[in-house]
Ligand binder design. Structure first.
Ligand code: NAP
Length: 469
């Protein structure tokens, strides 16, 4: 007689405890964009989520500042309070969803929940990038999980990909477009030829940028996310304070079109790259991790160059997998809920297991985290570079190339910016592409070039990332 091999493996005597079968009880702090989306999707997809989790998932208590607005979202069956700490430590709560944001009070709430034995789910990348080492240590001590898929590129399950799907690999680099607001702005600058300020105003009018867009446009939000990805990729503590962070506020429309002329596009990239002893391009033996956010040129034919508007795209290079790519929305109410609920399902499945049997917070069990792994200083980062040099006379193009070569800058291409890109009668611009070179060498050359008599204004220098397989 045919026997289903899967069924026959199931121990007939297996009886889940009543504790493991009852619904997972959620306490939520904040019922704004993320909180309300999570509540809505949990309600809409209740049956299928329970089918996947093996048990129901119920929001039992919510903390909000504006209770009238909260009740309009969650109805009358969910307890409401003004006091987030009450939710964090509530006896009926198994897992806290922190959906309020910020780093001060949120840290207190999350630590209080952990000490009270609650699991935590959060999409708060600022909190984890800045206080994650402390929060994860507390969670290990108290045997609870802190899950954060929604903290990075919400629709894309990149934390799961790094921690689970790619566990066989030595990760060489992770890089991507991980801030939708700046990607929207850069896409507008390229497509419509508008300047940064005008593109930002459009992003704000359409709701893609906050009234205070500082975290996005200064690259801080992307730095929070690449910090989390680097820790998971390389098994290192969170080192946000050491990340090199440059936003797009100083980016000029002229460089967007000049990059285009050379066959490149400018994207705000988060990059985390492992550099092992001796693999420095110039054999300088630097060992550590590059952890950085900056506007950079990528080839126009590269897959990431086609991640436009507010979308996110991430690439990971593993030694066995090769390059893999992930694409999806980087923000949004239900898009973030998708990640938050995936974390809740994980918690529902793991609730009751021993911490040692779970996926570790940063993908590696604590003894395997490389505490010594440091972020390389900016000067030691090797990439190709783009330089734009305003000159008094167009004939000086070759002289600029020769001068840079004499300063040990490996010039790969030098040409004049096409006249149609420049204002009528504008200063001629020499465009230079280099081969890979240490940032220190480029910085010295750019500084000295500024004082050269042929040069008519500030020299612009941007990194070029090839992100090859
Ligand atoms: N929105 C996204 O697409 C997205 C994507 C990924 C990650 N995230 C992260 O998710 C978190 C929440 O973002 P969000 O967009 O949902 O923010 P939001 O729309 O501003 O919602 C935050 C909610 O938290 C409440 N809140 C703040 N402080 C509180 C306090 N002390 N007590 C009680 N309630 C409090 C606010 O209440 P009031 O309205 O009454 O002030 C508001 O309802 C942030 O960490 C954010 O970085 C957001």
């Amino acid at each position: 007689m045919f026997r289903d091999p899967v069924q026959s493996l199931e121990a007939p005597s297996f009886q889940p405890t009543a504790e493991a079968l009852r619904p997972l009880r959620v306490g939520m702090i904040g019922i704004g964009t993320v909180g309300a989306g999570t509540f809505r999707v949990l309600a809409r997809n209740q049956a299928l989520i329970a089918g996947r989790a093996g048990r129901g998932i119920e929001v039992v208590v919510v903390a909000a500042r504006n209770l009238a607005r909260a009740v309009s979202v969650v109805g009358k069956d969910v307890a409401l309070t003004n006091d987030p700490l009450q939710v964090a430590t509530h006896p009926d709560v198994d897992v806290l969803v922190e959906a309020a944001g910020g780093t001060g009070p949120a840290r207190e709430w999350v630590l209080a929940a952990i000490r009270a034995g609650k699991h935590v789910v959060t999409a708060n990348k600022a909190l984890l990038a800045e206080h994650g080492n402390e929060i994860f240590a507390a969670a290990r001590q108290h045997g609870v999980a802190v899950a954060y898929e929604g903290a990075v590129a919400v629709s894309i399950p990149i934390v799961k990909a790094l921690r689970e799907g790619l566990t066989a690999n030595r990760i060489e680099w992770v890089a991507g477009i991980i801030n939708g607001t700046t990607n929207f702005i850069l896409s507008k600058m390229r497509d419509e030829g508008v300047g940064f300020a005008q593109a930002l105003a459009q992003a704000q009018a359409l709701g893609y940028a906050e009234a205070d867009p500082t975290f996005d446009i200064e690259g801080i939000d992307a730095a929070h996310k690449i910090t989390l990805l680097a820790a998971n990729a390389f098994g290192m503590p969170l080192r946000f304070a050491d990340a090199q962070v440059e936003g797009i506020t100083a980016l000029q429309g002229l460089d967007v079109v000049c990059a285009e002329q050379l066959g490149f596009r400018i994207k705000l990239l988060g990059v985390a790259r492992r550099r092992e002893h001796g693999d420095g391009v110039n054999g300088d033996g630097a060992d550590g991790v590059e952890l950085r956010v900056q506007p950079a040129l990528i080839p126009a034919t590269h897959l990431l160059a086609h991640v436009n508007g507010s979308m996110n795209g991430i690439m990971v290079k593993g030694d066995a997998s090769g390059v893999t790519m992930y694409y999806g929305a980087g923000a949004g109410s239900e898009q973030t809920a998708s990640a938050v609920i995936a974390d809740l399902v994980d918690v529902a499945r793991l609730h009751g297991t021993h911490a040692a049997q779970r996926v570790p917070h940063l993908g590696f069990h604590a003894p395997a985290i490389h505490d010594h792994l440091a972020v390389l200083p900016r000067a030691a980062v090797h990439t190709r570079h783009y330089l734009r040099v305003p000159v008094h006379q167009a004939q000086q193009v070759e002289a600029v190339g020769a001068w840079l070569a004499a300063q040990h800058v490996p010039v790969a291409k030098v040409q004049l910016a096409c006249a149609q890109h420049l204002p009528a009668g504008g200063t001629p611009q020499v465009l230079v592409l280099t081969d890979a070179v240490a940032q220190a060498t480029v910085d010295l050359a750019v500084h000295a070039l500024g004082a050269h008599p042929a040069v008519a204004g500030p020299v612009v220098s941007l990194r070029v990332e090839m992100l090859e397989g």
